[in-house]
Design a binder for this molecule. Sequence first.
Ligand SMILES: *Cc1c(COP(=O)(O)O)cnc(C)c1O
Length: 362
Amino acid sequence: MALSDLPIRDDLRGLTPYGAPQKHVRYALNVNENTHPIPEPVARHIVESLAHAVLTANRYPDREFTALRESLAGYLSRDLREQQIAPEQIWAANGSNEIIQQLLQAFGGPGRRVLGFPPTYSMHSIIAAGTGTRWIAAERDADYAISPETAVRAVEQHRPDLVFLCAPNNPTGTALPLETIEAVYDASDGIVFVDEAYAEFMPKGQPTALTLLPGRERLVISRTMSKAFAFAGVRLGYLAADPAIADALRLVRLPYHLSALTQAAAVAALAHAPEMLAMVDDIAAQRDRIVAELPALGYHAWPSQANFVLFEGVTDPQATFRALLERDILIRDVGIPHALRVTAGTPDETAFFLAALAALPR
Ligand SMILES: *Cc1c(COP(=O)(O)O)cnc(C)c1O
């Protein structure tokens, strides 16, 4: 029996699922994980919290994940000057992918449209399809930037129900000026969503979209513990927005969607935010090293504010991908012609990747 033989929804026929290859390799630099392990003292505290949570696992978890929202609000408020994020402004789910799904369930769906700017995070359009929301692709400027004028033109042309932005953008690493987000917000009357999965890797002190929240009740900003926080396996994503947004998501979430174990693990990890984030500066340095060294190998590397680098000038990306895999290195073919993306990890991983690439024909 094949998928096409099943009575599947017409709008899902012929679609391809998210499919980053999962292979066991020594150098896994393909899905932008934090390649540094969790520090052992932090791991011990997390295990103690989990042990405690298991003892009461006969009961449903706190449906409002109160302690976790307090921890997340405190974490986000840390880097803000006069502004504070309140726990009521936080909503969390099993990864920011679930945040996006709930957002589209509440504000998208059949008959509604979401505008995005490819190349961008592939899950944005895939989750749109899964929720029956029509995905509209708008053009970026040359160099993958999105100026306020370019963004506003697309919003005015399409009048979407939602606009999806990604800052810094995956897979290009491109920064997004706050002016573009403000202009999109002013031009639209729908939800403006900013995916800030890589915010912690931005240059220190550079303001994020969080600073735009006051007075903008249709603005939604998502973050994740999967990248900088080295917590991809736990599945914890969250958003900051007006408290009414969380009320909308309460209509579509499954009851008790965040397990007691997830909540306990995340609260414990957030209590150690400085230790969990200790490697972020080192990773950013490796990213900058990759950008600096690739031109000498004949590639063009795009400047990146995230934990990965997109590089162009690859004659045959699939051939280079396979040749690196033979050397136990897994990177990502993101479907951009003559380009590949590599995650920045440890100094050893960077050295091994650069040496392997240098030994290959371009
Ligand atoms: C990795 C990534 C995420 C993270 O998804 P989780 O479900 O939180 O693991 C979200 N958005 C973008 C742009 C990403 O690259």
